[in-house]
Design a protein around this ligand. Structure first.
Ligand code: FAD
Ligand code: SF4
Length: 511
């Protein structure tokens, strides 16, 4: 691969040419874009990959939160829904969210695929038709069950589940020679994480990469085709660079892909674009233990439970995991006044946290959010949490408190503006019963953004066809997590990879 930066290398002759003859231009280098570039280059095509964020070498990953978030995340890890209620973590550097994600690797649940077949007619997305693509992606990314002892943060979850009579399941991870450091969210400093950059782009022939390049919008020809893409150097409003397009693949990830299509005024006669954007909204509880937990060390997520994920996705369902806890990340989710904030921060080494990821997009009262672009081209996500979802939040807080006390916690705290620490389960349950589950009171976060350019059989129901091509534009495909017509109901990275592999091979592969 050859890498240029639109911010730093603008004087190079590469940027002076008017046409480079690229067969494919791809926007975004995360799971969808990275895999598309890898495959298309293997099929022998000449590929240009454009990435908004910088290329950060493994040796330059600083392990310093204050540097990592502005460098590697959308909006310095402070992206929020338009009402400010939900914080959204999304990657923005070469490798996209796969550079900063926590490596938990799951196949798409069969209940989700069944729902897509029954409700959206997506008959080709079945367990058996996707299985070969999961297998190939698992090999490419070295996805295997984690066979080293869980860190204490995960051990608390395992112990709590066991004592509650539930099974602690083991998570598979996409790593090679992992040193168990626990810095995945700041970019892996050893190169062990098999991100799209590490596992795919580094091995891709015929791919030219331009980083620090923000794809603002594209123009259309009269023949319903994308004609030209306009880019700006990251953070600048001048210094446009225009690229003629033969075939455009949009892989900016949910929110961003819809925003690019909205800024470009792409045809959307049925007003589906940006709608049905999903978050797996996450609520949290914290617990303090007598002994050290040191939740910043060790592989971040290796234990989970789907005991509260009902078989029927129309019913409430949430997955339980633990997050890694680093000081800045913890400080940013605690909605408390200065004394309590200081006290909780000082207890970080003895803190365990649990997270419940709620499945969204299946129930009539959980139809996701809507991406909007304002007059300045800035992107917003409107996302309301309905009463139905709030019931799920309350249930999840109760369950997590129960698991933490079962594991031996001294005290448990719902991460909620008005919550108080409780020393036993019955007080905690009463406390949770009385708390409002309204946005802003309860801390809600997301690291799983999906949907907004949904696949559909008919143009009336979505943005792209079942093969990922746009319903109204001949040379535009969307290959990323924005394709999903609902949330996945589990950590989505591997679902993005497998689905994009299938679509890319069937549409552009040889033979
Ligand atoms: C902190 C964190 C932890 C996570 N942990 C896990 C986990 O453990 N397991 C799991 O399954 N999932 C996890 N995820 C989610 C997972 O990484 C994503 O679902 C997946 O990477 C989505 O792939 P994508 O291709 O849709 O988008 P992304 O991987 O987000 O890539 C999109 C890329 O496109 C670029 N881009 C966007 N718009 C433009 C534009 N206009 N011009 C140029 N470039 C653009 C972005 O900068 C970004 O680099 C995590 C995410 C985060 C943020
Ligand atoms: S645990 Fe450490 S070594 Fe392993 S992938 Fe994460 S950051 Fe890299």
């Amino acid at each position: 691969m050859k890498i240029y930066s639109l911010l730093k290398d603008r004087e190079q002759s590469f940027f002076q040419k008017s046409d480079h003859g690229f067969d494919f231009v791809i926007v975004g280098s995360g799971a969808g874009g990275g895999l598309s570039a890898f495959l298309l280059s293997q099929y022998g095509h000449k590929v240009l990959l454009l990435e908004h964020g910088p290329f950060v070498k493994t040796a330059d990953l600083s392990q310093d939160e204050a540097k990592a978030y502005p460098l590697l995340y959308q909006e310095a890890a402070a992206r929020k829904t338009s009402d400010g209620a939900i914080t959204i973590l999304q990657g923005r550097s070469l490798g996209g969210s796969t550079t900063v994600n926590w490596t938990s690797s799951f196949r798409t649940p069969k209940t989700t695929l069944k729902f897509w077949q029954d409700e959206f007619g997506l008959k080709d997305l079945r367990e058996d038709s996707l299985a070969p693509y999961f297998e190939v992606c698992e090999k490419l990314l070295n996805i295997k069950p984690w066979d080293i002892s869980p860190n204490e943060n995960n051990e608390v979850l395992a112990r709590g589940l066991k004592r509650a009579g539930l099974k602690a399941e083991l998570i598979s991870r996409n790593v090679l020679d992992c040193q168990n450091l626990g810095l995945c969210g700041l970019g892996c400093p050893t190169g062990a994480k098999q991100s799209s950059l590490q596992a795919l782009l580094r091995k891709a022939p015929n791919v030219t990469i331009v980083t620090d390049a923000f794809a603002h919008s594209f123009s259309l020809s009269e023949k319903k085709k994308v004609k030209e893409l306009t880019l700006y150097p990251r953070g600048k409003k001048s210094g446009q660079w225009r690229i003629p397009i033969k075939e455009l693949i949009v892989s900016g990830g949910a929110i961003n892909s819809a925003a690019l299509l909205l800024r470009s005024k792409s045809p959307d006669p049925y007003k589906n674009l940006g709608k049905r954007t999903f978050l797996h909204p996450v609520v949290l509880t914290g617990a303090h233990f007598k002994e050290s937990i040191d939740p910043y060390y060790g592989a971040p997520q290796v234990i989970y439970s789907d005991a509260f994920m009902s078989e029927d996705p129309r019913e409430l369902g949430f997955k339980i995991e633990v997050p890694p806890i680093h000081p800045l990340l913890l400080a940013s989710v605690l909605p408390f006044g200065s004394d309590q904030h200081r006290e909780l921060m000082s207890l970080i080494s003895k803190t365990n946290a649990m997270i419940a990821l709620q499945r969204d997009g299946f129930h009539p009262e959980s139809q996701g959010g809507e991406v909007r672009v304002d007059g300045q081209g800035r992107v917003h996500l409107d996302y309301d949490t309905s009463e139905y979802m709030q019931r799920g939040f309350r249930k999840a807080l109760r369950v997590m408190g129960r698991l933490q006390f079962a594991a031996g916690a001294k005290e448990v705290l719902a991460i909620h503006r008005h919550a108080k620490k409780c020393q036993n389960l019955s007080d905690f349950e009463k406390e949770v019963e009385n708390l409002s589950m309204q946005a802003h009171d309860l801390t809600v976060v997301s690291a799983h953004v999906m949907g907004g350019c949904a696949m559909s059989l008919k143009p009336e129901d979505g943005v792209v066809k079942e093969d990922g091509s746009h319903h109204h534009l001949e040379n535009l495909s969307v290959f990323d997590g924005s394709l999903f017509p609902t949330s996945i109901g589990t950590n989505p990275m591997l679902s993005v990879y497998a689905l994009v592999h299938k679509l890319c091979e069937e549409k552009f592969g040889k033979g």
